[in-house]
Design a protein around this ligand. Sequence first.
Ligand SMILES: Cc1cc2nc3c(=O)[nH]c(=O)nc-3n(C[C@H](O)[C@H](O)[C@H](O)COP(=O)(O)OP(=O)(O)OC[C@H]3O[C@@H](n4cnc5c(N)ncnc54)[C@H](O)[C@@H]3O)c2cc1C
Length: 530
Amino acid sequence: MEECEVIIIGGGPVGLALATELAWRGRKPVLIDQTDGVIRHPRAGGISLRTMEHCRRWGAAERVANAGFNLNLPLNQRFCTSVYGYELATARFPSINETKTPPESPQKVARCRQMWLDPILTQTARSHGADVRHRHRVERFVQDDDGVTCDIHDLEADERSQLRGKYMVAADGVNGFVREALGIEMDGKIIGDSISILFKANIYELGGEPCERYILTGPKGNIGNITAMDGFSYFRMILRGAPAFDPKTFDAEGHVRAAIGSPDAKVEIISVFPWRRQVRVAEHFQKGRVFLAGDCAHVMVPTGGFGFNTGVGSAVDLGWKLDGVLSGWGGAHLLESYELERRPIASRNVAAAHKLHEAWSPPGDMAKILDDTPEGTALRAKVGEQLMEGTKAEWESMGVALGYAYQNSPICVPDGTPAPPDDPHKYIPTARPGHRAPHVWLADGRSILDLFGRGFTLLRFEGDDESEVGDFGAVAAQQRLPVRIHDIRNNNARDIYQQRLVLVRPDGHVAWRGAKLPNAKELIDAVTGA
Ligand SMILES: Cc1cc2nc3c(=O)[nH]c(=O)nc-3n(C[C@H](O)[C@H](O)[C@H](O)COP(=O)(O)OP(=O)(O)OC[C@H]3O[C@@H](n4cnc5c(N)ncnc54)[C@H](O)[C@@H]3O)c2cc1C
């Protein structure tokens, strides 16, 4: 039987991110995906600052940022009755080319729709040594004390074989079979049905102000939205509260034409994809040697674009822990901390997405929204204001992307300082244990984030006295724990990090900080889950 260290089921963006993370760390994961790897109906596509920081580490940021989206398209978000109907309000944002890199990150957000993203991640994972196998399906698995054995169906050759891994990660999406096979339930609820229509149209040639997204309100409330896929002529319409989907009677073109609202629109329907809006989190992210990541662990409404980005966060958290355990320096409890750290973040992000979803449907009677009367005008102005206020955190969600923290993590050592407010809209940089170590540009042009990665990093901010790191390096070497010590001579960084010594984990989160190192062995045991 073929053997490997980690089997990943599912080659969606989260499985691919995990394969990349593990391979970047020198492991050789085997990823099994039943599709041919071509994305015919893109879903994810808004890439957060944090995900871009991970892409930077993997060497994929440039490709993700320049995958094909029109970088000159203003990222305006318009609330309207139809693209060429009444405007309720518009949140105006510059194009990606005109946007400056924010001070909080070395990267900008990106638009990399899944038809580009998944192939880029596949290529990146393979370039680091991951074994990505398309057109293969996992049909069954069984775990014992030492590993997990999968029955694999090669869909091309129609052959069956077995693959055994020390660990298995299910990234098999919202309809995958692994979670149920493990007997893990989901908390939360299904909100309703949606239909996504992919189409080409000449929206930008008809003369209106170009926007990245048009959020549509009609007399019965929110209808859905039209979102630019490539920023030129390729769009996706999402119909909210859609009727039960019947491919024989569903009039995709009629819906798109009504949403554009111009007799001159040229529309070509490409594909239609029914899906469910849900806000649900699995009760557990681990059972024995099997872990859940991505949509099979947490599924949320796409409002805010947090789903895939949350999955990448989980993939990175699990990636370094699996590497630690497989390398021998990870403690007996390291893998348990995956669920303890990531489940609260999944619940937080699911709640944030749900709140934004509600904000798209402000309360009140919309029956007169299309009326060409003073009442209609007043209603449109009021609804426009409500929508602008309620959705602020959707367009500027830096707090969601960068402000999450592993509170109460068993492998972060609290320093007694209070947590800054967790505001989805605002990110407050802090090096408090559990938080993402904040970005600062260094004199040599690198971000401080570029120092973190394959192992732990001990940052030593020099003050008046040279801080002692004592036997930390020697004890780490004894335990085969990869640690690098960096002296940082940068007042800005020292002000933000607030302590002379800061220990950063391989995923760029702070494990410990203080003025003086405690007993090296005790600290290493704590942060590696011994
Ligand atoms: C309309 C829409 C827009 C969205 N926009 C955004 C956005 O802008 N930003 C964002 O962050 N998120 C967004 N999301 C959410 C995002 O698409 C998902 O969170 C993301 O795709 C989840 O990735 P995944 O890898 O977990 O699962 P999936 O993408 O579902 O991939 C699972 C893969 O596993 C394969 N698989 C399943 N079972 C097996 C098996 N037994 N053997 C082999 N292979 C198997 C499947 O074929 C599939 O390839 C959006 C979602 C929707 C519906």
